[in-house]
Write a protein that binds this ligand. Structure first.
Ligand code: FAD
Length: 330
């Protein structure tokens, strides 16, 4: 598979003044479709996404049931088509990981590794690839050798040996960034093959500082006050340990990705966002769509449809048009 991935430099936040009409967090089918609608409506639209193969559609090998696309197509390729369509209407995309938000102020702020992005409205569409269970030792050693951000922490590991656990383009980008600082990156991929664009995989494999361990499941991060090693299992080969001082973890699970919301948006008892029929949360100017909401069919076309409804609703809200006075409970 060969993708044309366009990465743009992160815009610098201006602190107070809102440079975007709408900031969309997550560029899967839900976020990318919302961007098609908001950008086409003339709204200045920014989509922040941490990686083409970090979401559910991006990791899907082949998809054959997306309407209007009768041929079997890789999930990442279908997603890249949606993003290109949004770009053609003027939407901007940045590759960045969102780590926090301020959604309570009138101007919304989205904090990411590469900077702060502000907008008048925010659409949340980070999907449900979040991790529920941590590996042994991960929570205890977070900030003491365990990290989720190479861009932030790589310099602390100069000339040391570290582990990167993951298989997405996010994990690979972070590993390549780390090679500029560390002596060796031990790359533990939970699957036999990496799930990322071929060019990126080749760049990783060609890097002399990287050792790849295919099909390696991280079981434990070891250490008392700081990371001193990891334990992992490779199918058919039993368990192994590696002495490392850092563990950078980019594994995926099946929980709604809500950690970056810092408790500002109402969640149901199952940890899902609560929205109305136009995908509006209880906060003014804040919408949520796609797999992030749990009680619905998880399919790309459903996520895309929700993105379309929210995109139209954002346009209505920002232009001050009245919401339809409908009692949705009936
Ligand atoms: C293995 C598999 C096979 C599937 N097969 C099909 C199929 O054949 N047909 C079908 O219709 N559906 C299929 N699905 C379901 C479909 O992929 C999902 O329903 C759909 O992708 C959900 O879209 P979404 O935009 O809500 O979330 P996602 O596609 O998960 O996109 C979320 C995006 O948010 C980004 N993100 C997450 N956290 C952050 C953060 N902190 N900062 C920045 N960005 C972030 C991710 O990088 C990702 O791009 C499949 C799913 C899986 C897992």
């Amino acid at each position: 598979m060969d993708f044309n991935i366009t990465l743009e430099a992160p815009p610098v936040g201006t602190g107070g003044e809102a440079p975007y009409d709408v900031v969309i967090v997550g560029g899967g089918p839900a976020g990318a479709t919302a961007a098609i609608y908001t950008a086409r409506a003339g709204l200045k639209t920014l989509v922040i996404d941490k990686g083409l193969t970090a979401g559910a559609l991006g990791i899907t090998g082949m998809i054959a049931n997306y309407p209007g696309v009768p041929e079997e197509i890789g999930g990442a390729e279908l997603l890249e088509r949606m993003r290109s369509q949004a770009r053609a209407f003027g939407a901007q995309f940045v590759a960045d990981k969102v780590i926090g938000v301020d959604l309570l102020s009138q101007v919304k702020s989205v904090f990411a590794n590469g900077g702060t992005y502000t907008g008048r409205a925010v659409i949340l569409s980070t999907g449900s690839m979040g991790r529920g269970q941590r590996v042994k030792g991960e929570d205890e050693l977070l900030g003491h050798g365990v990290s989720y951000c190479a861009t932030c922490d790589a310099a602390f590991f100069r000339d040391q040996e570290v582990v990167v656990a993951g298989n997405s383009d996010e994990a690979i980008e972070e590993a390549l960034f780390l090679t500029r600082f560390v002596k060796r990156v031990h790359f533990l991929s939970p699957t036999p093959a990496l799930k990322a664009p071929q060019a990126l995989v080749e760049e990783l494999l060609a890097n002399q500082k990287v050792t790849l361990y295919p099909g390696a499941a991280l079981r434990e991060v070891q250490g008392r006050e700081r990371v001193s090693g990891v334990r992992f299992g490779v199918r058919g080969q039993g368990e192994q340990t590696l002495p490392v001082t850092g563990a950078f973890i980019y594994l995926q699970g099946g929980k709604p990705v809500t950690d970056f919301l810092l408790g500002q948006v109402e969640l149901s008892s199952q940890g899902c966002l609560v929205v109305d029929r136009e995908y509006h949360t209880a906060l003014p100017g804040v919408f949520a769509v796609g797999d992030l909401l749990c009680n619905h069919v998880k399919q790309a076309v459903v996520a895309a449809a929700e993105g379309a409804v929210a995109g139209i609703a954002v346009e209505k809200e920002l232009h001050g048009r009245k919401q339809l006075a409908v009692d949705w409970s009936k």
